[in-house]
Design a binder for this molecule. Structure first.
Ligand SMILES: OC[C@H]1O[C@H](O[C@H]2O[C@H](CO)[C@@H](O)[C@H](O)[C@H]2O)[C@H](O)[C@@H](O)[C@@H]1O
Length: 397
């Protein structure tokens, strides 16, 4: 049987996806065709929605972002009952809950993600700092001092890079700013629009103050890979990114190998916050090879495969047991020391806003983008956003 598997292509994930698929093919005698998905999750969603709306059988196994199960559930096979309960229950309960829509298990967890602060340990030492910044104010001060010093020899050096482009990644970064300032989660768990508040406005104004000071003007065009490229080539003191950037930063061709520290993102006065990300594997209802596709999902989400991906690519397992695995912890010491960051990551409001989440996220990222670009201030942006979200909500989510 031939199964087509949609894989992401950010960093090493395409290669790791192909490697895993090849191991399954070898074990079962089946073949796997890999479909290469676009880098940005927004682009991927558009493409997948087209395929699924057309009931296309071209892709059997989809890689689903943690925010999509609610949006796409009707197109996926219910894995409950098809995968033994003990196997399902070996994953974090919260992720299984996010993958379950109205009792239907839409996808199996593959890896989880949470936003982290990466920093240059060598430069911290050089500029007299002995700990990562605990607050955004500290980060600004440290980034400015390091940038001013390093710029003397390297004019392209910058203080802080993050995902500032207008896309889903900006929603993730900005949610971290909001929560860390006590500004809430845009829409709360009950579905109430909460974004129009002073702390949220302050969070956005603070982020805007970084652009063209500690962050380059171009940060408003950066996704995950642009930020990583700058940090990994030795041109930034701090970076917000997902765990995958660790393995690449520590690789032999990285200019910052052995010089990277990882810490929780700074606080804006309300503690540190990391947005929950991650990807899951679901079987299309339109697949002609559902049994083989389910077997591939079980194989790729198994402990053995998650362990390989954790060691080779720093992809966080979704199985709590692997956080006690010595080889996994050796490759990624922060999986142990920052376990709290992963287990208490903040979900985007895809649960309460259901089918309208994508519209909510686009409106939020658009508003944040305007503040970063200096087109508007935080208070005006969150006020307008509240009105826009109320329109999107209409009589209910
Ligand atoms: O960690 C690497 C992954 O980074 C992206 O996904 C993460 O960011 C998305 C926003 O840009 C977010 O929606 C998702 O939940 C996060 O896991 C990228 O899209 C993935 O391909 C990549 O593996």
């Amino acid at each position: 049987v031939q199964v087509t598997l949609a894989c992401g292509t950010v960093g090493q994930e395409l290669q790791l996806c192909k490697d895993g698929a090849a191991r399954w093919a070898k074990k079962t005698g089946n073949t796997v065709k890999v479909f290469e998905s676009p880098n940005l999750t927004n682009d991927r969603l558009g493409l997948y929605q087209q395929q699924l709306a057309a009931k296309s059988d071209a892709i059997d196994v989809y890689q689903l972002d943690i925010i999509w199960p609610g949006l796409l559930s009707q197109h996926f096979v219910d894995l409950k009952g098809k995968i033994p309960a003990a196997e399902v229950n070996a994953h974090f309960k919260s992720i299984i809950a996010a993958d379950t829509v109205d009792g239907k298990l839409v996808a199996m967890p593959w890896f989880t993600d949470a936003g982290l602060l990466y920093y240059r340990t060598d430069l911290m030492k050089k500029y007299g700092y002995n700990a990562a910044p605990k607050t955004w104010t500290e980060l600004s001060t440290m980034a400015k001092k390091i940038e001013d010093g390093e710029k003397k020899a390297n004019s392209t050096f910058t203080g802080f890079v993050f995902q500032g482009k207008n896309y889903e990644g900006l929603t993730c970064d900005a949610l971290e700013w909001l929560v860390s300032f006590g500004g809430g989660t845009i829409v709360d768990d009950s579905g109430k629009i909460t974004v129009n508040n002073a702390n949220a406005a302050k969070a956005l104004d603070t982020a805007a103050s970084w652009v063209k000071t500690i962050s380059p003007a171009g940060v408003t065009t950066y996704g995950e890979e642009e930020a990583r490229g700058i940090f990994q080539s030795g041109n930034a003191a701090f970076m917000r990114n997902w765990p995958y950037a660790w393995a690449l930063g520590q690789s032999d061709d990285s200019k910052v190998k052995g010089k990277i520290g990882v810490a929780p993102l700074p606080s804006g006065g309300n503690g540190n916050a990391a947005t929950l990300g991650g990807w899951n594997l679901g079987v299309s209802m339109y697949s002609k090879n559902q049994a083989a596709a389910i077997d591939l999902v079980r194989f790729l989400t198994s402990a053995d495969e998650q362990k390989i991906r954790a060691i080779e690519g720093a992809y966080n397992p979704t199985r709590p047991a692997l956080y006690k695995d010595q080889a996994v912890l050796k490759a990624n010491p922060f999986f142990g020391s920052l376990l709290d960051v992963f287990t208490s990551a903040v979900a985007r409001p895809s649960g309460p806003t259901k089918l309208k989440y994508n519209q909510v996220s686009q409106a939020f990222a658009g508003a944040v983008s305007d503040v970063l670009a200096g087109k508007t201030k935080g208070a005006a942006a969150v006020k307008k956003l509240e009105t826009d979200l109320a329109r999107i909500k209409g009589r209910g989510w």
